[in-house]
Design a binder for this molecule. Structure first.
Ligand code: 5AD
Ligand code: SF4
Length: 486
């Protein structure tokens, strides 16, 4: 691709550099307050729920907090600022947040100066904001994901006035570049390439909480990847609710495969991953780029949600069972050993047991390497929440158990096929088991346990797979591995 890297700066979705500057000035202003703290730096704790986009957002929140003079801690105990970055995707996630936020009232009683903030997708749900306003009066600041870049301004307002701040109006969303970031890892990094979702799957709250689809400028993304590669990051994951929509709002013919191939051309020893891909927009062009670029990890997360075409229609997924299977076939024709993972929902309103069995048969046909399985959870404000839902909880959980059993068998069979092979892996951390003191990831992202010198962490190495379980592989450093004798 030789087209222009700079896209028009007039885009309405781009926050002006002056507005970003202003937030950095608010950081300085808060830093003047925190500099007068009696003993050392004040402490800030950011607690993250939900998806990788939230993890990435929390790295920005921590970056801004550091800029404001805070030291990051990993517990709410003794923290001067607590930020809960929430997820609204299922009821269960919300209940955990309400439970944990409720429990913070005791710490706040001991330290009335403590500031408690809640952000992320729950903040953007009107009934949640209402409940926080009325029944969680110890929460000082609530703001939705589209307002994240204004966190310094809000925090300063709370600090100066000690009044509660709610910034939860629905917002289409924009893009702010140049915010400080404090990354949690030295080996793996997230890079957001786009925000929001326009798909409106009928069960999903995300399009209501994260606003409309908008793509970052290619130059900003590629510069960020280049800088990460230069810093020695080994795994860079491109993030978006649906990365395959990348570029639809940009000029210059940009799309996701084009961006991915450009990213793969950046020098350095690293692997590129990406998530998530909506099957309806996963193209042969994408599969070609995956097959062509050794830096693009041979793995794709391609949520199918259901194996039944009627249910897929009711979910507003805009593909049929057959079209999904055709995509998988087109991918495997190019990358026979690609690692394929997926999401599936059991118990969508009106799903019958025979329809559910189509999900099982699709799983048998595709044989996913791993599956993230969910029981349908009604989300207020989504169309599916209005549908009749006659199946009992007990029936749904019986179906769910059947599904998990099928997938566990397939996962184990797939893992067994690795035994005896040598896999090039990134050794990424220390394991909990003293016999297997290291963890690693295959290029396809499968977890490997092994023993070896901790000095290898951060290196790619060849690992011979010797054993497996349903959830992980076990291996040993292969004799050919560089550094082991030559
Ligand atoms: N209930 C259950 N699962 C859901 N997901 C999204 N919304 C819901 C819901 N209301 C699942 C989908 C999606 C994954 C991130 O979460 O499978 O791909
Ligand atoms: Fe939700 Fe569908 Fe958008 Fe994914 S693509 S975030 S499931 S609406």
């Amino acid at each position: 691709y030789n087209g222009p890297l700079e896209v028009s700066m007039e885009r309405t979705t781009l926050i002006s550099p002056a507005d970003v500057e202003q937030q950095l000035a608010f950081c300085q202003s808060v830093a003047e307050l925190t500099a007068r703290w009696p003993e050392g730096k004040p402490l800030a704790f950011v607690d993250t729920y939900g998806c990788q986009q939230n993890e990435a957002d929390s790295e920005l929140l921590r970056g801004m907090l550091c800029e404001m003079g805070y030291q990051i801690t990993d517990t709410d105990r003794g923290a001067d600022v607590i930020v809960i970055n929430t997820c609204a995707i299922r009821e269960h996630a919300e209940q955990r947040v309400f439970g944990n936020v409720g429990a913070l009232v005791h710490g706040k009683r001991r330290n009335p100066e403590q500031i408690i903030c809640l952000c992320g997708c729950m903040a953007q749900e009107p009934h949640v904001a209402q409940r926080l306003r009325q029944s969680y009066r110890h929460v000082d600041l609530v703001f939705g994901p589209q307002q994240l870049w204004r966190f310094p301004e809000f925090l300063r307002r709370v600090m100066l006035r000690r009044g509660r701040v709610f910034e939860t109006e629905r917002d289409e969303g924009a893009i702010a570049e140049g915010l400080p970031v404090r990354r949690s890892g030295k080996l793996k990094a997230w890079v957001s390439i786009m925000y929001g979702c326009n798909n409106f799957c009928s069960y999903c709250i995300v399009p209501y909480t994260r606003g409309r689809e908008r793509s970052r400028e290619p130059k900003a993304i590629l510069d960020e990847i280049q800088s990460l590669a230069a810093q020695g990051y080994k795994e860079i994951t491109l993030l978006g609710q649906n990365v395959n929509s990348y570029g639809k709002d940009l000029e210059g013919g940009w799309d996701f495969p084009t961006l991915l191939e450009r990213a793969a051309g950046i020098p350095g020893e690293f692997l590129l991953r990406f998530m998530t891909s909506h099957p309806k927009d996963a193209t042969e062009k994408l599969f070609d780029v995956m097959a062509r670029c050794p830096k693009v990890a041979p793995v794709i997360h391609l949520p199918f949600q259901s194996g039944n075409t009627r249910v897929l229609g009711a979910m507003n997924r805009r593909y049929t069972r057959e079209q999904y299977l055709e995509k998988v076939a087109a991918l495997r024709a190019r990358l026979p050993d690609v690692v394929l993972t997926s999401d599936v929902i059991v118990g969508f309103p009106g799903e019958t047991t025979p329809e559910f069995e189509d999900t099982l048969s699709l799983m048998e046909e595709v044989r996913f390497d791993a599956l993230f399985t969910f029981i349908y959870s009604p989300r207020k404000g989504t169309p599916a929440a209005e549908l009749p839902d006659p199946m009992t909880k007990a029936e749904k959980s019986a179906n769910f158990d059947r599904l998990v059993e099928v997938q566990n068998r397939i996962s184990l069979e797939k893992h067994r096929a690795y035994i005896g092979t040598v896999q090039r892996c990134l050794i990424d951390g220390a394991g909990e088991d003293p016999r297997n003191n290291l963890t690693a990831r295959t290029a396809g992202g499968r977890l490997v346990h092994l023993s070896g010198d901790a000095a290898l962490i951060g290196r790619f190495a060849d690992i011979r797979i010797t054993d497996c379980s349903t959830w992980a592989l076990f291996g040993e450093l292969s004799a050919e591995h560089p550094g082991a004798g030559g």
